[in-house]
Design a protein around this ligand. Sequence first.
Ligand code: EPZ
Length: 422
Amino acid sequence: MDSIIVRGGTPLHGQIRIAGAKNAALTLMPATLLTEEPLTLTNVPRLSDIRTMSQLLQSLGTEVASMQGGQVITLSSYNLASTTADYEIVRKMRASNLVLGPLLAREGYATVSLPGGCAIGARPMDIHITGLEALGAEIELRDGYLHAKTKGGLKGAVVELRFASVGATENIVMAATLAKGTTVLKNAAREPEIVDLVKCLRAMGAEIEGEGTSTITIEGVDRLHGATHQVVTDRIELGTYMIAPVIAGGEVELIGGRIDLLQSFCEKLDEAGVSITETPAGLKVARKNGRIRAVNVKTEVFPGFPTDLQAQMMALMCTAAGESHLEETIFENRFMHAPELMRMGAQIDVHGGVATVKGVERLRGAPVMATDLRASVSLILAGLAAEGETRVARVYHLDRGYEHVEEKLSAVGASIERMKGE
Ligand code: EPZ
């Protein structure tokens, strides 16, 4: 397993290009199952999760053509050979469950392994199941798989989610595009990745309104056609790299960065003493002056503070002046980066869903362990600010969600390198 070594203390200067959003691409790719015509996606991030989703879709019979080093992919699901998403793939990536809605809509049945838990939580699928059952699906859990079928196809319905689940919203919206009649989805997730999915589905001929609000209305149509769609900018990669010049010092321009994707996150950075300037190419970020101030954070569904940036913000708060409280309300176990940051000298106290961080002057480099995707990158960020060398092990977690992190950071002056197979 590879590890990454970071030597801290160098201020960062230059530009980082932000890639397309992993969490948009992972729901856009299964949309191929909704049509027999080719769907081309551009600005696709080059990540292992994208390769995993390609493998899953190919196992169902989709042809996947990858061009420009993976940044452009064309998916053709003319003939489906299977409607089963196997445990071996699903256990590696929960987003595999996003084939459930499209398969039900296209074929009338689907067998999808339950993803099983992951490092950050149990990750159940009850909201997906309840929503699809409201559209007329019969779903039974047997042998760790969801066995779903519809007699006579899906029918539009009014569905209210008990929680604004991102994945459940995506599965239900995709299924409803081919259902008979109107579906009104209430308490729908509002994330930009949902907005991007709806833009693509609309280009494919779907009739959908209300994306980005809590109520999405879908008029079912008989069929969808192919389209070409550009994947939206990755707001989580953007937020991650916005923190880099703040924690390490210097100033970095994030190409493709947009404040509207991260309003509440940018407000928190501003409160902490960060300068964010919109430029023609994106966003320029630097400390305003002196030390960063401690701020309190509570993760919420969009447009609140993103849970996927909680670990990165905690890394920044480790060297902020004062005490900050970070409350994680979306996942039940998303503080695994805390003990690793403490190995670097951070002062963190975790009680239930709240982590209290007392800022220290300097962190000290140490060997640390990546546990999940966003925790991994928070350790890299901490390493940029730490005295000495930080070695982050198990960086396969990192490669799931960040394109060539060592290349992007070394291009702005960070001392960072990957050790193969360490
Ligand atoms: C998406 O996961 C993202 N993944 C996650 O990003 C992100 O953290 C999450 O949304 C929240 O924003 C992708 O888009 C591929 P949820 P998803 O359904 O859809 C509970 C990353 O780092 N829940 O909104 O799985 C669930 O357990 C990843 O890129 C149920 O209880 O998130 C969790 O506590 C990590 N029942 C909460 O809701 C359900 O049926 C949020 O889950 C579904 C979810």
